[in-house]
Design a protein around this ligand. Structure first.
Ligand code: NAD
Ligand code: TYD
Length: 355
């Protein structure tokens, strides 16, 4: 079995669903259920005995130790993090705590567990750390895309905290021989993304007639990857990645924020036109994000050549699929935007909580 951290968040939940759809191997899912964690993302697994959910903090070393010794996973896939750049600007503390201290705690417990494993179990164990392309900083328009050799230059408290975690993972491999793998992925989009991030926020605002806030001039570029393709890449890295290596993962879909929002508006016009207004007219330019990175772009040749991974969705197919998902899952969106998912947790979760 594998231990997943942060498996009630956006990418973690997609990963757990994808994993259990593709293979029989059980998952222990450790998630604190912060504002970003939502057990409804895992509703499809309610009756699935292969999924064991544990509410808890990756910083809680006693809990992590117990989970490792009880379930004896062959791998840890580490997603748990504070993940939103804007929140990191307004309140960096939680980012340092979870992303740096939490990763450190997990590494320490993983090291103790792995050291005590014997023979083939020890050889086969993997610690897969899921990170971001934002650790490389910001590119100018004509700079080459980020490769695994690009020096780190994080610009936000979020990316700095992820960079710190990446360095710890690297050091645990170099110093102790812990069999680590690190992935640095570009911007994901798809089902179950919390509507504070660009894509779900714009879809939600458009459908509810609110303005579509574009930071600055809207020409910042991100490389967009469908979340299912990210999950597939992680499975390949876990299976075939070389220990101690890092792999960049990207969608070959560099777009400005304005292109993204125009695409979303066009898709909504096709799938759910409004009777009296056009979605695009809701676009509003607002004050830029502090320290806003201009461009991210991924060179994914290493994972492609070494491990044979390629994204299966194009920007057009992935965005169409995503808009359709949000239209078909408006109950999920309103549950999140109303905050009902939190009160559901408060009311129903105590009995199941581990701590
Ligand atoms: P998310 O914010 O949607 O989910 C994070 C999850 O971690 C939540 O379920 C939350 O409850 C949980 N969590 C937070 N603090 C915790 C703690 N102390 N202990 C246990 N669980 C905790 O994030 P996401 O977008 O799914 O990102 C997952 C990972 O992928 C992160 O490490 C992020 O840095 C990385 N990443 C994200 C993107 C992206 O575009 N979203 C791109 C590249 C890499
Ligand atoms: P975001 O989804 O927060 O991801 P990240 O900052 O990690 O790349 O933002 C993606 C881009 O969209 C980023 O350049 C900021 C911009 N943005 C807006 O213009 N308006 C918004 O309301 C949000 C949330 C983001």
């Amino acid at each position: 079995m594998i231990l997943v951290t942060g498996g009630a968040g956006f990418i973690g939940a997609n990963f757990v669903l994808d994993w259990l759809g593709a293979m029989q191997e059980p998952v222990v899912n450790l998630d604190l259920l912060t504002y970003a964690g939502n057990l409804h993302n895992l509703d499809a697994l309610r009756a699935d005995a292969r999924h064991v959910f544990v509410r808890g903090d990756i910083c809680d070393r006693a809990l992590v130790q117990t989970l490792l010794s009880t379930h004896r996973p062959r791998a840890i896939v580490h997603f748990a993090a504070e993940s939103h750049v804007d929140r990191s600007i307004h309140g960096p503390d939680a980012f340092i705590q979870t992303n740096v201290v939490g990763t450190f705690s997990l590494l320490e417990e993983a090291r103790a567990y792995w050291t005590a494993l014997s023979g083939s179990e020890q050889q086969q164990f993997r610690f897969l750390h899921v990170s971001t392309d934002e650790v490389y900083g910001s590119l100018e328009a004509h700079d080459p895309a980020f490769s695994e050799a690009t020096p780190y230059a994080p610009n936000s408290p979020y990316s700095a905290s992820k960079a710190g975690a990446d360095h710890l993972v690297r050091a645990y491999h170099h110093t102790y021989g812990l069999p680590t793998l690190t992935t640095n992925c570009s911007n994901n989009y798809g089902p179950f993304q919390f509507p504070e991030k660009l894509v779900p926020l714009m879809i939600h605002h458009a459908l509810s007639g609110q303005s579509l806030p574009i930071y600055g001039d809207g020409k910042n570029v991100r490389d967009w990857l469908y979340v299912g393709d990210h999950c597939a890449a992680l499975r390949v890295v876990l299976d075939k990645g070389r220990v101690g290596e890092t792999y960049n993962i990207g969608g070959q879909s560099e777009k400005t924020n304005l292109e993204v929002v125009h695409t979303l508006c066009e898709l909504l016009e096709q799938m759910q036109p409004h009777t009296t207004r056009r979605y695009i007219d809701l676009i509003t330019y607002v004050k830029d994000r502090a320290g806003h990175d201009r461009r991210y772009a991924i060179n994914a040749e290493k994972i492609s050549h070494e491990l044979g991974w390629q994204p299966s969705e194009t920007f057009a197919s992935g965005f169409a699929r995503t808009v359709r998902w949000y239209l078909e899952n408006q109950a999920w969106v309103s549950n999140v935007t109303s905050g009902a998912y939190r009160s559901w947790l408060d009311k129903n979760y105590h009995a199941e909580a581990v701590r």
